[in-house]
Design a protein around this ligand. Structure first.
Ligand code: ATP
Ligand code: MN
Length: 462
């Protein structure tokens, strides 16, 4: 049976006979023998393989082996005399599956820029950095499920295609089966959606929250974890057109419970990744951002700062720092403000609560003075907003009033209002941008380098 290299590096014993499969990272030819390093994606480190010239087909195999070639090697593990590894594999047979012509294979030994690697999105996962990113991403996803499952949350699958625009969280992609070369028009010369697939306009979802609320009113505690879409025509290092979002929703829960859960959640994920991907995290700290390990420690060991929006504005007004955007009660916080609070002032994740009513969505619970709503954003050093959440408005009359005030049509929210009509309860939830989390965890500067296949304006190749 083929063994994974991560497992051999950790637990392989001298004299064990093993077979490995993977891709060659480097080859060094000596007189009478050669070294190759083989990586199978299971860990940052590859396994060093020694091939003596008496191994069958030595000359022919060596000609075919170069960086990027795929191989299978069988042999026996021996203690390694070389530096940096405990064991190595003494080959008794080598099979080359596929060559990788050194003249054209783009991933040679030198370091490539992330911009260049994005152009070879079909190959970049074979590099050290992207390999580490996607292992950490996998560990984050596992930790998320484990965290919620341990606490009795039901994983619910909210739809990708939706007719509701979830409070206008972002620009939406339309979903249609109409013939765009010959769009049917009605008598008013508008698009005749009656002839479209769903009989009305449909979109890719920007958030699963409203549907998660439906499920929370049956199962108490639920979470969604899936792709969301925003047609944001902005080229930033923090925005994707397709990204993954985690959205827990809890019945019988207020904003304090929501913040407690969010904080425990982030601490849990960081602890999990530190425990399961120590080598990858060391790599990020050494090569990408030398604050990665300190940040993880900081998250795990410190209580998050909690301040109101009103207090945040006071602090920003007092700041001895020039901001590009104005600071004024009633205006939304910009990323530079968020980073100042979390990065410069508190130097740890900061939860800002109770935002002005007019800058937040209609479903957030109105405070008694009606000036603020029970919203909370968690701001992370270097990233800015990583989590956005709120206690939801559970009072039917208030919710109806808020929908109308925002110029929305209550009729289209009939089922959302029904949740307040039948068995309503205080409830709360939040949304975590999964890629922002992976960025935060790894120190990767650009969000396009923490998702295998980034979708951004003008980019959908791989
Ligand atoms: P931002 O102000 O950064 O655009 P937002 O206010 O639009 O964020 P929300 O609507 O609250 O974000 O979405 C919940 C979470 O989803 C955010 O906290 C963030 O982590 C993430 N997120 C939002 N938009 C994107 C995007 N385009 N790409 C990746 N993650 C995103
Ligand atoms: Mn946005």
């Amino acid at each position: 049976m083929t063994r994974r290299i991560a497992e051999l590096l950790r637990a392989g014993q001298p004299d064990e006979t093993v077979t490995i499969q993977g891709w060659v990272r480097t080859k060094r030819e000596q007189k009478g023998f050669s070294f190759i390093e083989v990586n199978d994606g299971s860990s940052m480190g590859g396994l060093q393989v020694v091939i003596n010239q008496d191994v069958p087909d030595y000359e022919e195999n060596l000609k075919r082996i170069s960086t990027g070639a795929s191989v299978e090697v069988s042999g026996v593990l021996v203690p390694s005399p070389g530096k940096g590894q405990r064991i190595e594999l003494k080959a008794s047979s080598v099979k080359v599956y596929g060559e990788a012509d050194p003249e054209t294979y783009p991933l040679q030994k030198k370091r490539h820029s992330f911009e260049f690697l994005r152009e070879i999105g079909h190959l970049r996962s074979r590099t050290n950095t992207l390999g580490a990113v996607f292992r950490v991403r996998n560990a984050c996803a596992t930790a998320i499920h484990q965290f919620f499952q341990e606490r009795g949350f039901l994983w619910v699958h909210t739809p990708v295609i939706t007719a509701s625009d979830a409070e206008g969280a972002g620009e939406m992609f339309a979903v249609t089966s109409l013939n765009l070369k010959n769009v049917p028009l009605n008598e008013q010369k508008e698009i005749d959606y009656a002839q479209d697939f769903f009989g009305k306009p449909a979109y890719l979802t920007v958030s699963g929250q409203l549907e998660a609320e439906i499920m929370a009113m049956a199962f108490s505690n639920v979470y969604t974890f899936g792709p969301t879409f925003r047609a944001e025509n902005s080229n930033t290092s923090r925005h994707l057109a397709e990204f993954w979002m985690v959205e827990p929703e809890m019945a019988f829960c207020d904003l304090d419970g929501d913040m407690d859960l969010a904080e425990a959640f982030l601490k849990y994920i960081f602890s999990y990744v530190m425990e399961h991907c120590p080598e990858d995290m060391e790599f990020f700290n050494a090569r990408i951002d030398d604050s990665v390990l300190a940040t993880a420690e900081n998250i795990i060991n410190n209580q998050f700062e909690r301040i109101t929006y009103t207090k945040a504005i006071e602090l920003l007004e007092k700041a001895d720092k020039k901001f590009e955007y104005p600071v004024e009660w009633g205006l939304d916080l910009q990323s530079e403000h968020e980073r100042y609070l979390a990065e410069d002032l508190f130097k740890k994740p900061t939860i800002v609560t109770d935002y002005p009513t007019q800058i937040k969505a209609f479903y957030m619970r109105l405070s008694d003075d009606e000036k603020t709503v029970r919203a909370m954003d968690i701001l992370a050093p270097k990233i800015g907003e990583i989590i956005g959440g709120s206690q939801r408005e559970e009072r039917l009359d208030v919710l109806e009033r808020r929908i109308v005030q925002q110029g929305l049509d209550p009729a289209t929210y009939w089922w959302y209002l029904d949740l307040r009509r039948y068995g309503t309860v205080p409830h709360a939830g939040f949304g975590l941008g999964f890629e922002r989390l992976v960025q935060f965890m790894t120190g990767m500067a650009n969000i396009r380098d923490v998702i295998p296949f980034p979708r951004t304006p003008q980019n959908v190749e791989f």
